[in-house]
Design a protein around this ligand. Sequence first.
Ligand SMILES: [Zn+2]
Ligand SMILES: [Zn+2]
Length: 131
Amino acid sequence: MNHTLYKCVDCQKAHCQFCDGGLALCTVCKGAEATLTSTCTGAPLSEDQGRLVQAGKLDFKDGKWLRFGQLAREFCNKRLPLAVLKSNAGFYIGTFDEEGPCSRESVEYFPTKTLADKALESGDWTQKPYP
Ligand SMILES: [Zn+2]
Ligand SMILES: [Zn+2]
């Protein structure tokens, strides 16, 4: 769903950050500007979520939370959503673009795609550190 952006009614202020400044603030998810997700979550963001959205690591789109690969940002300078990928060593959590795999984000390799999907869903995996 779309954000319900705050609008002033009968604004009498000489300088209003909403009317003049064009500040976008959602009255539903309480996101504003940098913490505004692509589509509305329908509920207020938690402090953690707000922080991650602001840092460009998390987004909410089409009814789903999207997490972005941190190493993809560092290595490829791209914001790519996390996905389950496969290599010879097994399944892992990483990112890819049109050209192919971009980054491996999880320390773990998973023996099956189902296990990797579950880990991605629950967040129960270890982020590979940036060297
Ligand atoms: Zn919203
Ligand atoms: Zn106003």
